[in-house]
Unconditional design. Structure first.
Lengths: 177, 276
């Protein structure tokens, strides 16, 4: 059983590390040319939000997801709040699902984050590119989304492990065995 | 789980969701991309992005140098310390060189356009979600940049316009974006038209010159420049060269496909025209 002060300090370190990870992912995601394959570039903020949601509870996960989404709005030049709401919702749903129904491991987390990313990117494509009726957008969809999802799913693995390490290292010891 | 929906935590989440929805509505209603909380986040992220852009070879392929130094380190253990020191100096040198080059280019552009005021900037962010090459620059409102300012490359070629200015960074809408519109003219024939983006040509880094008269004598290779009509963009900014001329679907005019003089999809350094 840890003291209250020790627990608070441990939580501070934990969320400090999560925020550092968030800043690192923001920088890498927006870094010009970083892991660029044709038109595709990995998305790191969504897998990070989902990883934190899986390792933490639905409340913290959803709040951290909102923060990740705001950062993604900033890097992608989208209207503030759009991706924040989406990522927050997905983080909440995945956290609840992982507590009640899903037994997640590294592999199926990569698959789940790939699915979530596919959903978000397809929604973005629908509203920003398909609905305005730009020509040649199917080619853009095929050149951008599948490869982006694949790259992001691969990078979701180290993010899942990093979030797991942070969560386990700073886990609160409440004395229950 | 059922109990969770009755806790204060759930109420907080609902409040956050309502706040985000309000933020979204506020930003959308005001035609803005960001709002105050996000501007704070961008201020926090911008220095990291700037540093990462330098390190990742934003100015001099530092990555290539890093890997070659790595090989050297493997070959000769004794030179490791010396190599590390040289690498650090090299990064500093690259940074100084790029800054020097930027200011030298600024002097050149300033001599060509003495009436204009410029702010030199570096590209610190690009996101794959933007199909039209939009990017983030490391200069914001504290540096005098504002929404609507024109952005050019280090040789004075048009890149786009500032669509959103944060405190220490700004977002650029490129000439490849269909929402971009600037009055232009064919420099040889003085035929008027509109420089804009087209989704079909954007992946190749090309834009289009629309509303060009069918009787126009413009031909492949002609240069397009801005006219300054409308007061949004300064006059006589070089845009690019015509690579093909195609009939417009309605048949009333023709569309010229332009290869921009600027490398819109790969540019690393830019200038923001803050006054002209």
């Amino acid at each position: 059983m840890e003291s209250r002060r020790k627990r608070r300090r441990s939580q501070l370190y934990k969320w400090g590390l999560y925020v550092l990870l968030l800043l690192g992912c923001t920088v890498l995601q927006a870094l010009p040319g970083f892991l660029r394959l044709g038109q595709a570039k990995p998305v790191l903020l969504l897998p990070l939000a989902l990883a934190a949601a899986v390792w933490e509870d639905e409340f913290s996960g959803a709040l951290f997801g909102a923060l990740c989404g705001l950062m993604w709005d900033y890097t992608a030049g989208k209207t503030a709040g759009l991706l924040a709401l989406t990522v927050m919702g997905l983080s909440f749903v995945l956290s609840v699902a992982s507590q009640l129904y899903l037994k997640l491991n590294t592999l199926n987390f990569a698959l789940v984050s790939a699915g979530a990313l596919w959903l978000v990117l397809s929604g973005d494509f629908l509203f920003y590119y398909a609905m305005p009726g730009y020509s040649g957008m199917l080619a853009r969809y095929l050149a951008y989304i599948p490869l982006t999802v694949l790259l992001s799913a691969v990078l979701a693995v180290p993010l899942y492990r990093a979030a797991g390490w942070i969560s386990e290292t700073f886990k609160i010891d409440n004395g229950v065995i | 789980m059922k109990d969770f929906f009755e806790t204060w935590k759930f109420r907080i989440l609902i409040a956050v969701a309502v706040f985000l929805a309000g933020l979204l509505l506020y930003a959308a209603a005001n035609g803005r991309l960001t709002a105050a909380p996000q501007e704070l986040l961008s201020v926090a992220a911008a220095p990291f992005q700037k540093a990462a852009a330098w390190v990742a070879g934003g100015v001099g392929s530092v990555w290539d140098k890093y890997t070659s130094i790595d090989e050297t380190m493997a070959e000769n253990e004794a030179l490791r310390a010396e190599n590390a020191e040289l690498r650090r100096q090299l990064a500093e040198y690259d940074q100084l060189k790029a800054e020097n080059e930027a200011f030298r280019n600024l002097v050149g552009i300033q001599e060509d356009h003495p009436e204009m005021s410029f702010v030199p900037a570096f590209v610190i962010g690009r996101d794959g979600m933007d199909a039209f090459g939009g990017f983030t620059l490391d200069q914001g409102t504290v540096h005098g940049v504002k929404r609507g300012d024109t952005v050019i490359d280090d040789e004075g070629h048009l890149l786009g316009t500032v669509i959103e200015a944060g405190l220490t960074s700004c977002r650029v809408l490129t000439i490849l974006h269909p929402s971009f519109n600037a009055a232009g003219v064919v420099s040889r024939t003085w035929d008027n038209g509109i420089v804009t983006g087209d989704a079909a040509y954007a992946p190749a880094g090309q834009c289009v010159f629309t509303d060009l008269s069918r009787e126009s004598m413009a031909s492949v290779g002609d240069e397009i420049i801005t006219t300054g009509l409308g007061g949004v963009y300064p006059p006589d900014i070089l845009v690019g060269r015509i690579v093909s001329i195609e009939p417009e679907p309605s048949g009333t005019s023709v569309v010229a496909v332009i290869q921009p003089d600027a490398d819109v999809l790969g540019v690393k350094q830019a200038f923001v025209i803050t006054d002209y």
